[in-house]
Design a protein around this ligand. Sequence first.
Ligand SMILES: Nc1nc2c(ncn2[C@@H]2O[C@H](COP(=O)(O)OP(=O)(O)OP(=O)(O)O)[C@@H](O)[C@H]2O)c(=O)[nH]1
Length: 463
Amino acid sequence: MTAPDAVLVQLWAQHIAQTDAPIRQALTALGQHHSAQLADAFYRAMLADPQAGALLTHDDVNTRLHSSMQRWITQTLGSWDTAQVPALVALQRHIGQVHARINVGMELVVRGARQLKHDIVQTLLRTDMDTAQVLRTAMAAHELIDLALEAMTIQYKESRDLATRTDEAYRSLASSVNMSLERERQRTALLDWQSQFLQKVMMMHPDDEVTRLGQSSFGLWVQHKANAFNGSSDERESILSAMRRIDADLLPRCEDELTGQTDELGRQTARHVLTEVQQIRYFTDSMFEHLVDMESGRDALTQLLNRRYLPAVLGRELELSRRSGHPFSLMLVDVDHFKHINDHYGHSCGDRALQHLAALLSNTARSGDFVFRFGGEEFIIVSVEMPALQALHEAEKIRKAVENDPVLLPEGRQLHMTVSIGVATYDGHPDYQHLIEQADQALYAAKSEGRNRVVPSQRPQPT
Ligand SMILES: Nc1nc2c(ncn2[C@@H]2O[C@H](COP(=O)(O)OP(=O)(O)OP(=O)(O)O)[C@@H](O)[C@H]2O)c(=O)[nH]1
């Protein structure tokens, strides 16, 4: 038994010894006859909290959690044999561990317990006990509940600490992997599978089955390891679906067609497999590019903040705005007709234009603001403590600066570029995604109204 457990077992046993028989009987009866009503009280208090409400749906509570809570009340108020105490402490630890796992904070459990204590007193007051008896019984019940909470808290804290340490250790292990080496290894693994596939297709006979891509070294890596690098899940998802198409559909078809003497069909399907593999290679490369960017925290081309940090920054600014009452604004900046710039001047000039714009945005923003590369030719500026009108004014300055400051290209050429900007200001909505969506809608409006303009998400209504 651990040292904290030994202390708790001793305290719990002491409490039992100090509780006289009538109180024990009263509490046992209370647990047996009122557990359903008391469990209701507990969850009513807990679910009033939006965080808990989101974690535990009412259906869950009605089915599983409610009945285990009832059992917990009966057991906690009705166990008076000191030999049972170590098992009782172990049970509380188990509960603490479950809470940590499903992320139900201890503060919510304490809140539920507070309501439980309150309802215990109310229930006791409705019995024929005199006030002194009610007081002693209620105190004994509260002590039991507090002992249980103490044991849960010890375990909750231990479990959370362990989970955080393990997660951090795993992530740092993952990020200490040499990405270039890993990329080469996975490229080779995919190529190996492809060569084996081609060999098998050429020499196909009835017993020959091609190893499924999902079972290959590459496939296992994608399924089990790639996500640990915190990589872009879109790319991983695209790889996984291409793998599923190959394994579940194309390979069985290919095997049937080749062994069933329909060679031409088989060859067509094999070509289809190779096209899918080509896609997988593309997504793998792009996933590694993102990983390399993320390693540094900055976008490789523009040196702006990586969008990975956007949730952290917006979450914090939202909280600060909510507390201080100073709204912040978000500008979504998108280059106009960038595809045309690439097509007309070439990709490297396109890259140069993005670097030029990134520098302009960084220089225009105040040092307290945050500038992110949000996507290909999209940027986000988080302007701290900036109300809507001021944000529109600043966005307009940026728009003009871009328009009047052409990109200098080799051989003295100049590239004129414009941007469209959608501006949204924190309006009290608790989800930062809402703010991004508002800016995105405003940007969409700016594009459809002719580009090279600033549009706010909330326009004054015409009177
Ligand atoms: N050179 C370069 N091009 C990129 C980069 N990232 C994305 N792109 C290109 O950016 C272009 C974006 O094109 P679209 O989304 O069609 O938008 P657009 O042509 O700017 O048109 P509007 O936004 O509607 O004005 C695509 O052609 C992408 O290939 C990059 O890092 N470098």
